[in-house]
Ligand binder design. Structure first.
Ligand code: G3P
Length: 216
């Protein structure tokens, strides 16, 4: 399973990268706005930190505008993956960009039918938002299960990128379902390593070791 970090904060990206488990980065307009920095500058810095797909989202809402913005974003670095909203125009733009060999990530996916369209349009990734579905009382992970099953049924190459992850259980469930990628906020990446019995066990090992007076 691939792990992406879901942030535009380069300090978080550097810290997660130092763990050696990062395969890519996803950003969105809200995450970039939060940094208060110029979009291009942030993208260039992220590309210099992580050698993997880096999602950068368009803000045009018409297909021609999305293709034009997507082309400009993709020209920044070969690892840039153009993030497009899962609308009719986004699907048209995906088809056009994919035809030019540009990697795409169809975002704001909330249904299996939207994911089916993304695959048919040749998307590199589809991003179902599990947390936002949970927020409105629906089952985000049930959508992941549906999409993984549908893609397997027809052998689609589009990768399922689980987004809007809120807690480690989302990652666990996504891995069991065979989702290809989880894009995870920094705080949740840190939580993946945490277990109270690990802390308790380590404290006991260190206390016992100290009693031996030995060094390694
Ligand atoms: O980047 C897309 C997605 O992961 C956003 O998550 O927490 O804003 O629903 P969230």
């Amino acid at each position: 399973m691939e792990f992406f970090i879901d942030t535009a904060d380069v300090a978080e990206i550097r810290e997660a990268q130092s763990m050696g488990v990062l395969d890519g980065v996803t950003t969105n307009p809200s995450l970039v706005a939060k940094t208060g920095r110029p979009f291009r500058e942030v993208l260039e810095e992220i590309c210099s930190i992580v050698d993997g797909p880096i999602s950068a989202e368009v803000v045009a809402t018409d297909a021609d505008g999305m293709v034009a913005e997507g082309g400009r974003l993709a020209a920044i670095h070969p690892n840039i993956t153009v993030k497009l909203p899962l609308t009719v125009d986004g699907i048209k733009a995906c088809k056009a960009l994919a035809g030019r060999g540009i990697k795409t990530n169809l975002t704001l996916c909330f249904s299996a039918n939207q994911a089916l369209l993304a695959a048919k349009a040749g998307a590199t990734f589809v991003s179902p938002f599990v947390g936002r579905l949970d927020d409105i009382g629906q089952d985000g992970m049930a959508l992941i299960n549906d999409i993984v099953t549908i893609y397997r049924n027809y052998g689609y190459a589009t990768k399922v990128l689980v987004a809007s992850i809120r807690h480690p259980e989302h990652v666990h469930a996504a891995a069991l379902m065979g989702a290809h990628v989880a894009t995870i906020p920094f705080a949740v990446i840190r939580k993946l390593a945490a277990h109270p019995l690990t802390d308790k066990g380590l404290a006991a090992f260190l206390a016992d070791w100290q009693g031996t007076g030995e060094t390694i």
